[in-house]
Design a protein around this ligand. Structure first.
Ligand SMILES: [Zn+2]
Length: 203
């Protein structure tokens, strides 16, 4: 469908959409939505480069400032995101999830512990310590995201795909029958419907 958006194509890089409904409750949903397809052939990917991937992790308390992220780390994040997206899509469509995506999430889940382990400290005795040394920071972030995705995918919330093409983000349908990941998508869907109505009425 070619519509009014074509004439309004911005020259600047597309700005990222705000977090979708439910993304504040599930970091894995926000993770799945870190890339999006926008109208007029535009798109963005917050994990495209190590620097932006690092910013996303820091904004979600999934890393510390002393951690350095490399392209191979960003690539691992994008790979896990693809698998989580495949699992969410299967849940939305009530189809069988891809075996390799289940395996990938389980591998991330079990690679490192995400809960504080029990340790013995000569001075203070037994205590729980968060085990994520710097060299395992990415493994820890991926494990946390995988665990959150497992909760999201098995929870009672209604997962949905944004109903405003070409947007390919997901959301939780928490507020009545909201079908869009953002007001920007909602406005576009309404404009497209009005445009189609006008075109139809004149025919
Ligand atoms: Zn959307």
């Amino acid at each position: 469908m070619r519509g009014m958006d074509d004439t309004l194509a911005p020259e600047v890089a597309p700005t990222a959409l705000p977090p979708a409904p439910g993304a504040d409750r599930y970091c894995s949903l926000d993770f799945a939505d870190t890339a999006a397809t926008l109208p007029v052939g535009q798109s963005y990917d917050l994990l495209a480069a190590p620097e932006s991937a690092m910013r996303w992790l820091a904004a979600h308390d999934l890393t510390t400032p002393d951690v350095q992220l490399y392209e191979v780390c960003a690539q691992r994040m994008r790979t896990l995101r693809a698998h989580i997206r495949a699992l969410i899509a299967a849940r939305v469509d009530t189809t069988t999830p891809p075996e390799e995506s289940l395996r990938a999430v389980n591998e991330a889940l079990t690679a490192v512990p995400t809960v504080p382990l029990l340790a013995w400290d000569g001075a203070r005795g037994l205590r729980r310590v968060q085990a994520h040394p710097t060299d395992q920071a990415v493994n820890h972030a991926l494990a946390t995201l995988a665990a959150d995705a497992a909760d999201l995918l098995t929870g009672p919330d209604i997962l949905a795909a944004c109903g405003s093409a070409p947007c390919d983000r997901f959301l939780l349908r928490t507020h009545g029958r909201r079908h869009w990941c953002s007001t920007r998508c909602g406005d576009r869907a309404r404009a497209a419907r009005a445009y189609a109505r006008r075109s139809g009425a004149s025919g």
